[in-house]
Design a protein around this ligand. Structure first.
Ligand code: NAD
Length: 268
């Protein structure tokens, strides 16, 4: 049992039907939040997460929107307000990779990744911030007027050849998050990022799916295990709670030590 509660709060998790987003949605619901599960893929898949939450006694529903599309994002928030009245917690999680050697990278690969991973976070954060400012603090539910949690990556600080579009998007998320946190703090809005290392999800299937790939991946992780969506979900729920009320404008890395330059461990 958590020592905190998100009861009475409404959360939206983008890309909440898979991997980390699903792990976050389950933990937010477990802490008592009503959760909207955004998805761009098949509705039936998102409904599985909804069913899991509802059968555990929580409240959730699935809502379709491509986060890189302004009109769809605005329609999603309008639908959320009709359904749950307001929003207290936005988890900007949706993201993807379109990997390529830099010289072969197409403009479409570049624009797709930046459009979803960075512009998508901008569009959703802007809608949430508008509602947080309009409504203000509701003391019975939270000390903050709202919380925006951006799913970044260790690649906001670790350069990643072959993935220049992805690393650029996460570097962008870092300064978007910090600038937003600075601008919105006077409104009692907290904005922060989670920086996962290697988490076992469909996005990086090839990195853990075979014993050889896993062995190679573990050389990058001093703690010697791959992370699970639940690891990230537990952190997100805590960060959204008043237990973390004084945390804003920073990235919490959750990576088993991946950002500790493991290649230097025996090289002193
Ligand atoms: P995933 O592929 O399981 O989940 C990504 C989710 O984003 C899916 O639900 C997908 O449908 C959704 N999505 C993609 N495009 C979308 C769009 N246009 N509109 C709405 N939703 C869209 O992968 P994941 O690992 O769970 O990734 C979630 C987030 O975590 C991403 O932002 C990713 O960059 C980040 N991340 C993952 C890892 C990792 O090791 N898995 C590490 C660091 C950061």
């Amino acid at each position: 049992m958590n020592s905190y509660s998100l009861k009475g709060q409404v959360a939206l998790v983008t890309g909440g039907d898979s991997g980390i987003g699903k792990g976050v949605a389950l933990q937010l619901a477990r802490a008592g939040a009503k959760v909207a599960i955004n998805h761009v893929d098949a509705h039936e898949v998102a409904e599985l997460t909804v069913d899991e939450i509802v059968s555990a006694g929580g409240e959730a529903y699935a809502i379709h929107a491509d986060v890189s599309n302004e009109a769809e994002v605005q329609a999603m928030f309008a639908d959320l307000y009709q359904r749950f009245g307001t929003i207290d917690i936005l988890v900007n999680n949706a993201g993807l990779q379109r990997d390529s050697k830099f010289v072969d990278m197409t403009l479409e690969q570049w624009n797709t990744v930046l459009g979803i991973n960075l512009t998508g976070q901008f569009l959703c954060a802007r809608e949430a911030a508008r509602e947080f400012i309009r409504r203000g603090v509701v003391a019975e539910t939270s000390r903050a007027a709202g919380k925006i949690i951006c799913m970044s990556s260790v690649h906001e600080v670790i350069p990643w050849g072959g993935h220049v579009n992805y690393a650029t998007s996460k570097g962008g998320v870092m300064l978007m998050m910090k600038s937003l946190a600075q601008e919105l703090a006077p409104h009692k809005i907290r904005v922060l990022s989670i920086g996962p290392g290697a988490i076992q999800t469909p996005i990086n299937h090839s990195a853990w799916a075979t014993p050889e790939a896993l062995e190679k991946l573990l050389t990058l992780i001093p703690y010697n295990r791959v992370g699970q969506p639940e690891d990230i979900g537990k952190l997100a729920a805590w960060l959204a709670s008043d237990e973390a009320d004084y945390i804003t404008g920073t990235t919490i890395f959750i990576d088993g030590g991946m950002t500790l330059y493991p290649g230097f461990a025996d090289n002193g």
